[in-house]
Design a protein around this ligand. Sequence first.
Ligand code: AMP
Ligand code: MN
Ligand code: MN
Ligand code: MN
Length: 274
Amino acid sequence: MLIDFHTHSNASDGALPPVELVRRAKGLGLQALAITDHDTLAGWREASKTPVEGITLVPGVELSCRWGGATIHVVGLGVDGDNPRLAALLLQLDRLRRDRAAKIAAKLDKLGMPGAIEGAQLLAGDGPICRPHFAHWLVSQGYVETVGKAFDKWLGDGKPGDSKTQWPQLDESVSAITAAGGVATLAHPLKYRFTRSKLRALCSDFTTAGGSGIEIVNGRQSTVDITNLKRLSQEMGLAVSVGSDFHRDWVYGAELGVDTDIAGGLPTVWEMLL
Ligand code: AMP
Ligand code: MN
Ligand code: MN
Ligand code: MN
């Protein structure tokens, strides 16, 4: 079975409108899809208005969280979109993203690149402003050649246009997901570039907070990485999840869909959700 539990629509920093994302998934033979936009349920909400036959749409969101000094992403799957506690957290995240966007734009302005907030806002539409919106704007203005270079030069962590944000604490975000009846899943564990012991400490705090899943596949990963993550999931007692982290149709990202056989008999989040 092909599924995908980590994807982005244009409700955050993805390129496709939510319904087109579902249609693409259906066309590729997926049986289940979670739209997990950054800090908003709007992608799932929009897609759920136009049901596509033959594919299960799972409500999802990817929350920006703080753990120590690091930014961690937690995917909430199967959440109740009407839950007031989750709604309050998403409102807080919306304000944090607005404040951060203004700060990033002010920095870029001082660096001789005025008009970034208008540019990023135009690309973000009604949704939250994410760093890729600034990156695409920087490319469109000819300040950098590629989105990757925009991160390397200006927007990446610790770069001149970056603004550190006090995202909500990990445990707070995990418990908002579980309070909304959802399954909290640790996103892309290897992207944090933690040591093994630090990654274990994160998983331990995540589990204590009520987290129950971990991504063993996030986009393009080596078989060695997948094997190591499967082992970690077993050690920490976490169910496995899989996703492409699809954003747009470009050469560097992964296409939608992961074969569930990759779980190899381990407990999975899709057994909890489908
Ligand atoms: P934000 O949550 O607003 O800080 O934006 C984070 C998003 O930026 C991630 O979800 C990725 O989609 C994107 N991103 C992060 N680093 C890079 C990079 N080096 N190149 C391209 N996109 C990136
Ligand atoms: Mn993203
Ligand atoms: Mn992420
Ligand atoms: Mn993502």
